[in-house]
Design a protein around this ligand. Structure first.
Ligand code: PGA
Length: 249
């Protein structure tokens, strides 16, 4: 059975004290739910986030990670640095990493391998740009992204993969894919995975939608059969909004 997940990608927001305040408010206000709640603060605040989240059914994730085990990579963070402080989930391939830091699917394939080697779970982000959708090339783009970054994996690796379909034109723009557009793409992704890995992998992988998810639209998007949750940017920065989205299931 696949899991419902709502993950907050905090990007380069929230200082240390703001991180403490936001997680404490989430802990205080959250209701009992079977939906997994994930928060992804920036690197320097991860350890504190882990300490506050422990025992409160909140998972802490990193927003990125380097592919090497270690070495002369100034400013970078390795998988073992993350797992050593209790961070066992990492977001990889976010469109901002792809656009501003030139991350390619080939590089992401390496990052995914390193994360899995360290027994981490990967939230793998992908999605088309507006220009792709305008020429009706969005299914191809998504297929190539998945193929190039993930389809070298073994079947057993997929228990540690969470997919996050994030059409770039919907991220931070206020423009959301319609629930029907999300469902259409999620169904396509699941069918693709079924073709390559079989029905059991396809049925068990959680596919999140990301891109301007808000309390007002979450319920309808999450009601779609192949949408198993969301990756939330802007609306994850306020506890009430984030929890309203969590309660959208
Ligand atoms: P947004 O960001 O919810 O602010 O559109 C989503 C994301 O970047 O993951």
């Amino acid at each position: 059975m696949r899991k419902n997940i709502v993950a907050g990608n905090w990007k380069m927001h929230k200082t240390h004290s703001e991180t403490i305040a936001l997680i404490e408010e989430i802990v205080l206000k959250k209701q009992n739910t079977s939906t997994e709640i994930i928060v992804a603060p920036t690197f320097v605040n991860l350890q504190t986030a882990v300490t506050i989240s422990e025992g409160n059914n909140i998972t802490v994730a990193a927003q990125n990670m380097h592919q090497a085990e270690g070495g002369a990579f100034t400013g970078e963070i390795s998988a073992s640095m993350l797992t050593n402080i209790g961070v066992n989930t990492v977001i990889l391939g976010h469109s901002e990493r792809r656009a501003y830091f030139h991350e390619t699917d080939a590089l992401l394939a390496n990052k995914v391998d390193t994360a899995l080697k360290h027994n981490m779970r990967v939230i793998f982000c992908f999605g088309e740009e507006l220009k792709d959708r305008q020429i009706n090339n969005h299914f191809n783009v998504v297929e190539y992204q998945l193929r190039d970054a993930l389809f070298h994996l073994q079947k057993s690796d997929w228990s540690n993969i969470i997919l996050a379909y994030e059409p770039v034109w919907a991220i931070g723009t206020g423009e959301t894919a319609s629930p029907e557009q999300a469902q259409e793409m999620h169904a396509f992704i699941r069918s693709l995975i079924e073709k390559v890995y079989g029905n059991d992998v396809a049925e068990n992988v959680s596919i999140l939608y990301g891109g301007s998810v808000k309390p007002e639209n979450a319920k309808e998007i999450f009601s779609k059969k192949d949408v198993d949750g969301g990756l939330i940017g802007g609306a994850a920065l306020k506890a009430d909004d984030f929890l309203a989205i969590v309660n959208g299931f």
